[in-house]
Write a protein that binds this ligand. Structure first.
Ligand code: SAM
Length: 291
């Protein structure tokens, strides 16, 4: 059994022992700061009843911490070269199962059924940044049973997830995340906490999943099409954004009527609308479609 990981030296020793070569295409920046690791585990609120899914365990550093905190850890890693290393570093951590696969292809509901009788699991990860949005949106949209998601992401992405109207960072990702979960910024993390150092700043964000979305809307899929249309053409008015969208086919008159019924001026921009207002606007379009 290898010594407990987390320090820079232990990580360097493992890298050397296996002649491991970092692969940029897999977003490999390994955590080498024990304080950050402790913060992630504490923020996720893991108990000995929990089953945790770790996305991209790397050489198994955070996996060891998770193993000590949780009942069961399921670690999904895509890189062939990391599998023998994980078998070594996690030898003796008996509540860890390693799955060699692409997380975007894994059926997470099936894992929750298999390891936790379908009850909600927790997701913890230092995410590969190149697929942050597909991973997070996949967890939400596929309706996997998840309590909370505590993840390291690019700082700029963490900002986008938690802001509201009036911020330059507000956009489709903010609204999508906030429809499914309550975001909380746990910590900003500088590049020197990773090996190799990423070129961007990072942050840990916790998304606590709502049992039920905070707004009711007749057609959530239509709401997300309207949101995308509004932010695709950020500088345009809401009316033009919706009218020009290839995904929507409302007439100018219908759009003007819906914006008027929402109580907004004709030249309003989409970026000023709250999630609640997008939900109301969607319901107004649903009513228009029934006429
Ligand atoms: N958890 C480790 C740590 O904190 O040191 C490694 C984090 S590193 C930022 C991202 C990890 O995700 C790498 O191990 C990488 O190989 C893995 N990864 C990248 N794409 C993946 C995918 N599609 N499915 C599963 N794992 C992936």
């Amino acid at each position: 059994m290898e010594p407990k990981l987390g320090s820079p030296q232990n990580t360097i020793d493992i890298i050397k022992k296996y002649n491991f070569v970092f692969q940029k295409k897999f977003g490999q920046n390994f955590l080498i700061d024990t304080h950050v690791l402790d913060k992630i585990i504490a923020a996720a609120g893991i108990t000995k009843d929990d089953v945790v899914l770790e996305i991209g365990p790397g050489i198994g550093t955070m996996t060891q911490y998770l193993s000590e905190a949780a009942r069961q850890v399921i670690a999904v890693e895509i890189d062939d070269n990391l599998i023998p290393i994980l078998k070594d570093t996690l030898n003796g951590f008996d509540n860890v199962v390693i799955i060699h696969d692409d997380i975007l292809k894994v059926d997470i509901s099936h894992l929750a059924a298999q390891y936790h009788s379908g009850r909600p699991i927790k997701v913890v990860a230092n995410l590969p940044y190149y697929i942050t949005t597909p991973i997070i949106m996949g967890l939400f949209e596929k309706k996997a049973p998840v309590d909370n998601i505590t993840v390291m992401v690019q700082k700029e992405v963490a900002d986008r997830m938690q802001v509201g109207p009036g911020s330059k960072d507000y956009g489709a990702l903010s609204l999508a995340v906030q429809y499914y979960a309550e975001p909380y910024l746990v910590a900003n993390v500088p590049p020197n906490c990773f090996l190799p150092r990423p070129k961007v700043g990072s942050a840990v964000i916790r998304l606590t999943c709502y049992p039920k979305p905070p707004v009711t809307v007749q057609d959530p899929a239509l709401m997300f099409r309207l949101i995308r249309a509004s932010f695709n053409q950020r500088r345009k008015t809401l009316q033009n954004g919706i009218y020009n969208s290839p995904d929507l086919s409302f007439s100018k008159e219908q759009i003007a009527a819906a914006i008027f019924a929402l109580g907004m001026p004709p030249a309003v921009r989409g970026e000023t609308l709250t999630l609640e207002q997008f939900a109301r606007l969607t319901d107004l379009f649903c009513e228009i479609c029934k006429q």
